[in-house]
Write a protein that binds this ligand. Sequence first.
Ligand SMILES: C[S@@+](CC[C@H](N)C(=O)[O-])C[C@H]1O[C@@H](n2cnc3c(N)ncnc32)[C@H](O)[C@@H]1O
Length: 356
Amino acid sequence: MEDETTEGRNRSRLAILELANMISVPMSLNAIVRLNVPDAIWQGGANTPLSAPQIIAKIFPSGGGDPENLQRILRMLTSYDVFSEHLDTDTTERKYSLTEIGKTLVTDADGLSYASYVLQHHQEALMRAWPLVHEAVVDPKSEPFVKANGEPAYSYYGKKPEMNGLMQKAMSGVSVPFMKAILEGYEGFNGVGRLVDVGGSAGDCLRMILQKNPNIRQGINFDLPEVVAKAPEILGVTHVGGDMFKSIPEGDAVFMKWVLTTWTDDECKLIMRNCWKALPAGGKLIACGPVLPKESDDSHRTRALLEGDIFVMTIYRAKGKHRTEEEFNELGLSAGFPHFRAFHFDYFYTVLEFQK
Ligand SMILES: C[S@@+](CC[C@H](N)C(=O)[O-])C[C@H]1O[C@@H](n2cnc3c(N)ncnc32)[C@H](O)[C@@H]1O
């Protein structure tokens, strides 16, 4: 029998209970986004600490809402550094402002934030897949998402305009801040006249790359036909619908962000081979994506990358995956790219250059 009085056992009982109740964290995050709490606190930059009744008054101006339950959610998310708690020890009143993490959920002047990504990940169709994660081990031939919804995620989104729209908004919300960060330091677009963005969604990445690199005269935003059909007009950008597994429009360089992760090794080789065919000798495929460290540890970075890996397995492709730098290099070699370099500007996405 284990001695349950030791410090180690005491800590382990606590840790397993924390893990077993972890679902409260993302679902509460989803709740505060659905309730528009971050924008209600932010108030155009004021970020003045507000009590739960004050927040309730802002999000339900016509009345209603339960401040006590909102406060329970705010307290829990304070422990994950989404909110700062300001406790008046005399009155025991609690007020909340946004931390740097909380601020990522505030809608910016272009209507974007990380809030859409939170909402996108917790839609009903995706949630139906999560109790089936073990099925990815039992039978990896079809994804938990397919088992739950009867078809793959992208074709499912394609038939539901509201899901497609949310997906585009989520991608823009996550990608715009990342692009701002890498475009400050990355010089790999120098000398490129025609750039193709494969799986470019609404075209935000391309718009930003073109703004920063006037040498690029022509941008091709290439994505599924139903996706580019909804993309806005962007100066210098032509939206082209198609299937990257069949062929990719030609360019001096190909950009591809957050695409390879979704697919199996064989599928990645096919996509990368189509990129290779679209490029001149010496041309570059510039891919950005999550890259796993070799070793597993409990850092935020490793956790965020490994958690994203399980998301891919559950929703997109049971054998699609996050990969290490070495695995990407191998994929590049097998698709015909002899040169490989990795650039680290961001903790989540690595810039990977494959040169023909
Ligand atoms: C995770 S999103 C990344 C979007 C964008 N690159 C970004 O990082 O913001 C993957 C993109 O691949 C596109 N996609 C999926 N299958 C595709 C296919 N067969 N051909 C072209 N694009 C595809 C999706 O529509 C989606 O826009």
